[in-house]
Design a protein around this ligand. Structure first.
Ligand code: GLU
Length: 293
């Protein structure tokens, strides 16, 4: 079954953007709280890499999981990035404005026989390394049953080279899954390089399976280092204490913070003070390489 024209057009537009710009990156925070030092460090790395390559850098807000969104978080993200001197290209993108398009893709995937309805509960699947295919052949319908909707899973063909299992594309609460939305966005926005935090490495197999199902080539992926708190735990957006406001309260200005974030990426010595532009202009190699070392 061929892809409807308006969806095919999006893929074509994305390819055109890729070849026009050569490098297109993005930063894609969820508006669930204030950006913490780890988020900011990833934003800096993603921005630096795009600018170092003379590319485009987009800011996309992953706001589909509405119950988790926090009022004012989008404005705070924009203000923090601006304060640090991380400028993005074009208008802010919001996934919540693209729901109809994701739904159209879901309908097409379903009609073309690539999805199945899964009625497994979270409890039934807990502890399994990947989905064991339980509902693949069950032929469940797509409607309500015992006050529950099914989740919609992509039937990943065997063998499953990515090891993702059958990926959920629409959750049983009706929300479009992050995995699907992010893949569709990278494609339609023509993203060539995804630079994000190491915590999202685990999302890679699922996303690769979706690219495969759509018969599209994925962008390059790079996962940068995380920042941990004093007890070795990865920082969470819900702890406002880790945000910029706290650093400012300690008397730090933007140059101090850029220095702090850049030292976490092995780009400068600890204690350095410099603007994001100065950091960019002083680069002698790809920042993602330095951050890896
Ligand atoms: N919105 C996701 C998050 O904040 C990141 C998405 C991505 O970079 O792929 O964790």
């Amino acid at each position: 079954m061929s892809i409807p024209d308006h969806l095919q057009q999006q893929l074509d537009d994305g390819l055109l953007l890729r070849s026009r710009d050569g490098y297109r990156g993005r930063y894609a925070p969820s508006p669930t709280g204030v950006l913490h030092q780890g988020n900011l460090q990833t934003a800096l790395l993603s921005w630096l890499q795009a600018r170092h390559r003379g590319g485009v850098w987009l800011l996309r807000i992953d706001d589909l999981d509405t119950p988790r969104n926090r009022d004012g978080a989008i404005e705070a993200i924009e203000a923090d990035l601006r304060w640090l001197g991380l400028d993005w290209d074009g208008p802010l993108i919001q996934q919540s404005h693209r729901v109809e398009v994701y739904d159209d893709w879901l309908s097409w995937l379903r009609l073309s026989g690539q999805l199945f309805a899964c009625r497994c509960s979270r409890r039934e699947l807990a502890g399994l390394p990947r989905y064991p295919g339980t509902c693949r052949k069950a032929g469940h319908h797509w409607g309500w049953l015992n006050e529950r909707l099914p989740s919609w899973r992509l039937q990943v063909p065997d063998p499953d080279p990515e090891g993702s299992g059958d990926v959920v594309l629409r959750r049983s609460d009706g929300f479009i899954a992050y995995q699907l939305a992010t893949v569709l966005d990278e494609l339609s926005d023509g993203i060539t390089d995804v630079v994000r935090g190491e915590d999202l490495h685990e999302a890679l197999p699922a996303q690769r399976s979706i690219y495969r199902a759509l018969d599209q080539s994925p962008p390059r992926f790079h996962h940068g280092p995380l920042v941990c708190d004093g007890s070795g735990q990865k920082l969470s957006k819900r702890e406002a204490s880790a945000g910029l406001a706290a650093l400012r309260e300690q008397g730090m200005d933007a140059a101090d913070v850029v220095g702090l974030l850049a030292s976490g990426l092995n780009l400068v010595e600890p204690g350095s003070r410099l603007t994001a532009r100065e950091l960019l202009e002083g680069l002698t190699q790809d920042p993602i390489r330095a951050a890896d070392s």
